[in-house]
Design a binder for this molecule. Sequence first.
Ligand code: CU
Length: 215
Amino acid sequence: MTSSLRVFCAFALASLVHFNAAANDWRITVVDQAGKPLDDAVVELVSLDAGSEADAAVMQQTSIKQQGLNFVPFVSAVQVGTEIDFPNLDRTRHHVYSFSPAKVFEIQLYHDRPEQPILFDQAGIVALGCNIHDYMEAYVFISESNLVGVTDPTGQFHFSQLNPGRYQLRLWHPFQLDDMPSIEMTLDDSSNEATFSLKVQHRPKQPTPQRGFGS
Ligand SMILES: [Cu+2]
């Protein structure tokens, strides 16, 4: 009896240690060539260690609104197999389309909510447009990995509960000038932060005056 209790305690302790080691946070900051925080940058991690793809929980974007005659958000990052809804919150009708090879589709002129979401079933980068409003644009980065996100206005994206190990990091931004950087990194069992720089050609996003009408 005593001996089985001891075994149980050792197992519980081992589980606890493992849990602590797996609870890694990784805060990635992306800046432009001038060192200014860069929002709308996609950060993707692919585990290079077999079997550690993670149970990591990352928020998946599941809708792209049309609001104020713009797409919101401008950049989305999802895992392959994600369905995205395109609700139209404007009073005017939109006609959303993509000619990108990773997902060719169109949702003909509509109000409110389309009948069904669009399934993004292939990795790649999709550029969205609207047939009615030429300036409207947005991007969807579809990743094989579930460890993917988009930087906020402070240039940050925060991964939590990552398993320690080796990862391939890729960064992408719609305005970037160079090829997509791909960097191998090792995550240890303490909290991690890293800053990366992307060379971009800044330009306005969906450059329309956001007037009240139609929205
Ligand atoms: Cu439109």
